[in-house]
Design a protein around this ligand. Structure first.
Ligand SMILES: Cc1ncc(COP(=O)(O)O)c(C=O)c1O
Length: 325
């Protein structure tokens, strides 16, 4: 990847003159079945450009429980798009829930303009949407005159886990964001994809948000390398996550819901004690984890950890959890 970055042919992408960025945008549009795509520094920017392009201040976005676009984007939806959210109860939801949440044509309420889906769902533990539910939700959004946005930061994982192409999972969405960092292993870079006209609007917003980058081909080359070499291996991360989860199941003072381990994320719940303390103990022993609640630990498998490392990590996590009790 570093060699590909060093050898990248570059130009000024603010003027649309970087051939490597153009190649990456064309490849991702092709993979997602959209007319166009736009390179952004982060997934947050990709999501926020899309949601801002779809809305006007005061509009409402129907969104899942704990969606990244709302929970982990620093209030950008409110601050930059001026949109509000209506959160549904689950990490995934149904077309009936979308219909029930739609507010209709009432001047007293915020117009519901967008349905935003996250697949895989990060805070849901990397769970995948059932592909048929996606089609029903996007159809319901369109019937009601709304648009549908897909936060596909980990769409590669959803595609591998459900054995469904990214293009199929993106079908019916008016915009899609994908990340080249995270499981694909690029140092930075995401894209937002959609129709040509929609991407033109996102392009202006990207400049407004400060995301126009000059010789960005150095980063785009990392993304192209990641798509070619790392995308085909994400199923290995899923198998490693399952092995980690199975090695932890039954350990004292923790629970893992194996049925929710669909991809490369494992959520570990402590029975007693603090997740922060357990994570600090594991860190001292070389295992890096996150917390997503007072007693919830998040572990992620990726291309830099093999099966043996995951099993060693499981041993360390089990010890840290037992000590936290
Ligand atoms: C579901 C989801 N969407 C978007 C993002 C944002 O990506 P970035 O960190 O590149 O802004 C993340 C980051 O973890 C994520 O999990």
């Amino acid at each position: 990847m570093r060699t590909a970055m060093a050898q990248a042919e570059v130009g000024d992408d603010v003027y649309g003159e970087d051939p490597t960025v153009a190649r990456l945008e064309a490849l991702v549009a092709e993979l997602l079945g959209t007319e166009a795509a736009l390179f952004t520094p982060t997934g947050t920017m990709a999501n926020q450009l899309a949601l801002r392009a779809h809305t006007r201040p005061g509009d409402e976005v129907i969104i899942s429980r704990d969606a990244h676009c709302w929970r982990h984007e620093s209030g950008a939806l409110a601050a930059l798009a001026g949109a509000q959210t209506q959160q549904l109860a689950g990490y995934t939801f149904t077309a009936a829930e979308v219909r029930a949440a739609f507010k209709g044509d009432d001047p007293y309420v915020s117009p519901t303009r967008v349905v935003a889906v996250e697949n895989t769902h990060n805070m849901g533990g990397g769970i995948c949407w059932d592909p048929s539910a996606l089609a029903e939700v996007t159809a319901a959004a369109h019937e009601l005159g709304m648009v549908a946005h897909l936060d596909g930061a980990r769409l590669w994982n959803a595609a591998a886990a459900t054995r469904t192409s990214e293009r199929e999972l993106a079908r019916g969405f008016d915009s899609v964001s994908v990340c080249l960092s995270k499981g694909l292993g690029a140092p930075a870079g995401s894209l937002v994809a959609g129709s040509r006209d929609f991407i033109r609007r996102c392009h202006r917003l990207r400049k407004m948000h400060g995301g126009g980058m000059r010789q960005a081909g150095i980063l785009a080359a990392a993304g192209l390398h990641a798509l070619e070499h790392h995308r085909p291996r994400v199923a290995d991360d899923h198998a490693n996550a399952r092995a980690l989860a199975e090695a932890l199941a039954g350990a004292p003072n923790l629970t893992v819901d194996l049925a929710r381990v669909h991809t490369n994320i494992v959520m570990i719940d402590l029975v007693r004690g603090s997740a922060e303390a357990a994570v600090a103990r594991a860190r001292e022993r070389g295992v890096l984890l996150g917390t997503t609640g007072p007693q919830r630990i998040r572990a992620v498998t990726h291309l830099d950890v093999d099966r043996e490392a995951c099993l060693r990590a499981a041993k360390t996590i089990a010890e840290a959890a037992a000590e936290a009790a």
